[in-house]
Design a protein around this ligand. Structure first.
Ligand code: MEV
Length: 315
């Protein structure tokens, strides 16, 4: 049997970084996907292939000895082989249309799709277990992960997320459309999160105050989403961007992208870890931004929020 699973990437509308410290965040799943195809094999190895390379690893190898780019997938396969008492190996093929290191949840979507695909090989498609496994897998390379990205990838739609409380779906009338502008400055989420931790430790009062302000902003943003008030949502995004600048995860290039795109959309901000990666701008469904997208030097994508999260298929 071949098992295929698809999982969406994400944008963070509000609350990145603050969510690592028990605050709320609002995330949406986007129409860009990671797909993982897996099969049981007759060897003793876990075979992983992706655009980053290929590796065949003995299934009793220690997880920590495996190269970082393969480690989460090896972890998932090893856990499920052991849990199901399987005595052979697994092959895993990872394909993704989500840019890597751009703040669009590529790594989480790949972990979710791998956990879903391999779990399904053993007849299990339980969302809660798949989510738990994908978060643990991501933690093998990024121990401080809040789990937010994997959660929206599993469940889809727009969610409110808090580390201890988990998630709740936000039901909105609007589909929400965004233009994503990729600065093509690749970032490493774990390093940016470490830097914010240092900022927090050295500026405890400022950080605590920013967390409270972000909380108030999220309350306002949720109300505006309920009322489909795109103007206010855009303003809240611009305010969130200021908070992200204050914790030091923006830079001049991102700021100049934001200043330009803000003039023709409702509002814009970094999405995800920052320090590079993508900017998201909230747009009208029918808005024509071709003058910008045809002339900018950056790669742009129109995305809308996807109601469906991970999906599993047999073939
Ligand atoms: C990364 O997409 C979002 C961060 O808040 C980290 C996390 O939530 O794990 C920066």
């Amino acid at each position: 049997m071949t098992s295929i699973a698809k999982a969406p990437g994400k944008i963070i509308l509000f609350g990145e970084h603050f969510v690592v410290y028990e605050n709320r965040a609002i995330l949406g799943a986007i129409d860009k996907y990671a797909t993982v195809t897996s099969e049981k094999t007759n060897t003793d190895n876990i075979l992983i292939s992706s655009s980053l390379g290929q590796s065949s690893i003995k299934k009793d190898e220690e997880v920590s000895n495996v190269e970082k780019k393969f480690r989460p997938f090896f972890y998932i396969a090893k856990q499920l082989i052991s849990k199901n008492g399987f005595d052979k190996g697994i092959s895993i093929k990872i394909e993704s249309e989500i840019p890597i290191g751009a703040g669009l949840g590529s790594s989480s979507a790949c972990c979710v799709a791998a956990a879903a695909s391999i779990s399904n090989l053993f007849g299990n498609t339980n969302e809660k277990e798949i989510l738990e496994l994908s978060i643990q897998a991501e933690k093998t390379i990024f121990p401080n992960s809040s789990g937010a990205d994997c959660t929206v990838s599993v469940h889809g739609g727009i969610i409110e997320y808090q580390k201890e409380k988990g998630f709740s779906k936000i039901n909105t009338k609007n589909k929400f459309n965004f233009l994503i502008i990729d600065s093509e400055q690749i970032h490493a989420t774990d390093k940016v999160v470490e830097r914010v931790k240092k900022f927090k430790n050295e500026n405890t009062n400022v950080f605590t105050e920013l967390c409270s302000e972000e909380e108030r902003l999220i309350t306002k943003a949720l109300e505006s989403m309920e009322n489909n008030d795109l103007k206010t949502i855009g303003k809240c995004m611009a305010q969130n961007q200021i908070f992200l600048e204050q914790i030091g995860v923006s830079n001049d290039e991102l700021l100049s992208i934001i200043e330009e795109i803000e003039m023709i959309t409702f509002g814009a901000k970094i999405t995800g870890a920052g320090d590079g990666g993508c900017v998201i701008a909230l747009t009208e469904e029918e808005s024509d931004l071709s003058e910008y997208t045809n002339t900018t030097k950056y790669q742009t994508y129109h995305v809308s929020i996807q109601k469906t999260g991970m999906q599993v298929f047999n073939s």
